[in-house]
Design a protein around this ligand. Structure first.
Ligand code: FRU
Length: 500
């Protein structure tokens, strides 16, 4: 087992990976494309790597899908199923998969131009196995904006149009098309407050509010700098989209919400064309942070995705909020469920039992409140990540979490304000631990914290301490086992393509 290699998270067989791209479901298969540098463990000329899964959990590596060409590197973008062959690139009985992505000319950038990013198209007629680039690329030339990238497309039923969102430094641009090839700029959204720049990887989709007939639109924006926990992060706005403009809900105007309060979730985008009902949307993020992504201490590979998550929308007293959960397909890979309950002023130190676990695990803790408590996940080397709550502030301390010295801002404390908008009588934590990450979902995902950690061996002990009153605590611990990485597949098929 390679050091730090995740078992239950997607990571590239080798070399550098960043954003998820081209997330699409078609013909029983989930596709995950990603920003990939096949010749180095640091960022460079971007290709689209590719993997396929039937259940979002077990992934099979595929050959590289898109290579840089004379127009430049292949940056982030999306794929949709063109069901009615609006593009004319397929046939009525064979809808094409249409990929639209940014191309980045490093030459143009070096020469000090500001028009070196533009949008291009490629399509597949064989279920995403091979891709042809459109002969008249780029389909959206650069209008003179330096940061002009990361198209994401959604079908807008009412106007029978394709809608694209695009990041342009401090703005989100909205485009419309009837055929996925000719695009018209229809509106620009300027975010009313300073958050951090540049914006990247936007996503836009409708979502039904749980337990109601109402539908709202969700706009997700990745923000490269100045997130609460340093470096990059993701915000979202809930609002309405009338086919031309997105209007941010009043509640949210001065106050965007962070999709993840940890340090390591970026470029989260959602799958297109999934069969799920309209009350949930599935997506995945790059489990990293631009602050130190090129320094994390893995070896042959660098970068992993979060667990795939289901988003749903809830109306709370301070506006609409997204809730997240890990997709239910993961349960199919869990076993050895241990259950513990304790009542009283307690100290549970179950490291003996937990120490027997060899696999990544899911730990769920249900108690009256987490206030005054401390949860430690650690291994026999006393490498540990600590979560504690005091005065409605949750602090995450990864200063002793393992290897931290590759960047000064890695081994630090993060704090999150926990004032809850959700009515609840009990507090629930769900924690997913892999060899180099901890994902923590509070109260059924009303708040999520994703953190990378680099311990010598996986944390296999947990300690829960504190608590000031008598209460019932229910703990469930399940092993998760997936053989996810299959480097031999990619080797057998071979990686072809240009050296950087
Ligand atoms: C976000 C990002 C995108 C860009 C890609 C390049 O992480 O910077 O804006 O398309 O990565 O790899």
């Amino acid at each position: 087992m390679e050091r730090f290699r995740p078992e239950i998270h997607f990571s590239p067989a080798e070399n550098w990976m960043n954003d998820p791209n081209g997330l699409v479901y078609y013909s029983g298969e989930y596709h995950l494309f990603y920003q990939f540098h096949p010749f180095s463990t640091v960022w460079g000329p971007m290709h689209w790597g590719h993997a396929i899964s039937k259940d979002l959990i077990h992934w099979e590596h595929q050959p590289i899908a898109l290579y840089p060409d004379e127009l430049g590197y292949i940056f982030s973008g999306c794929i949709v199923v063109d069901w009615n062959n609006s593009s004319g690139l397929g046939k009525a009985e064979l809808p094409p998969l249409v990929a639209i992505f940014t191309q980045h000319s490093s030459e143009g950038e070096k020469n000090g131009r500001n028009d070196f990013q533009y949008q291009s198209l490629a399509y597949s007629l064989d279920k995403g196995r091979t891709w042809a680039t459109y002969r008249e690329n780029p389909i959206i030339p650069n209008p003179g904006i330096k940061d002009f990238r990361d198209p994401k497309i959604v079908w807008h039923q009412e106007s029978h149009s394709w809608i694209m969102v695009l990041a342009a430094n401090d703005k989100i641009l909205f485009y419309r098309s009837k055929n996925l090839i000719n695009w018209e700029l229809i509106s620009e959204l300027k975010i009313p407050i300073y958050i951090g720049l540049p914006f990247e990887c936007p996503d836009l989709f409708p979502l039904k509010v749980l337990e109601s007939e109402e539908t709202k639109w969700v706009l997700i924006i990745s923000v490269q700098s100045d997130a609460p926990n340093k470096g990059s992060g993701i915000i979202y706005y809930i609002g309405d989209f009338n086919g031309t403009e997105f209007s941010i809900d009043e509640f949210d105007l001065q106050n965007p919400t962070w999709l993840d309060y940890g340090a390591d979730n970026y470029a989260f985008v959602s799958w297109s064309d999934t069969p799920q009902i309209d009350q949930e949307r599935i997506g995945i993020g790059w489990m990293n942070n631009w602050l130190y992504a090129d320094k994390v201490p893995s070896s042959e590979w660098r970068g992993a995705m979060t667990l795939p998550r289901k988003l749903s929308l809830v109306k709370t007293k301070i506006g609409y909020r997204l809730k997240q959960s890990i997709v239910s397909q993961l349960e199919g890979y869990t076993s050895n469920h241990h259950k513990y309950t304790a009542i009283g002023n307690y100290e549970i130190d179950s490291q003996l039992v937990i120490g027997q676990l060899a696999a990544p695990f899911h730990l769920s803790i249900i108690c009256d409140s987490f206030e005054g408590k401390q949860l430690i996940l650690r291994n026999e080397y006393r490498e540990q990540i600590v979560f504690y709550e005091k005065n409605e502030q949750l602090t995450i301390d990864r200063s002793q979490s393992g290897v931290t010295n590759f960047h000064k801002d890695f081994g630090i404390f993060h704090s999150v304000n926990l004032e809850s908008q959700f009515d609840k009588s009990r507090t629930r934590w769900d924690i997913y631990v892999d060899h180099s990450s901890v994902e923590c979902l509070l109260n059924e995902g009303e708040l999520v914290i994703t953190e990378q950690v680099f311990p010598q061996i996986i944390y296999d002990q947990f300690i829960l301490q504190g608590g000031q009153k008598e209460e019932l605590i229910e703990i469930t611990l399940s092993e998760i086992s997936i053989k996810n990485t299959a480097p031999e597949i990619i080797k057998k098929r071979g990686i072809k393509g240009q050296a950087p």
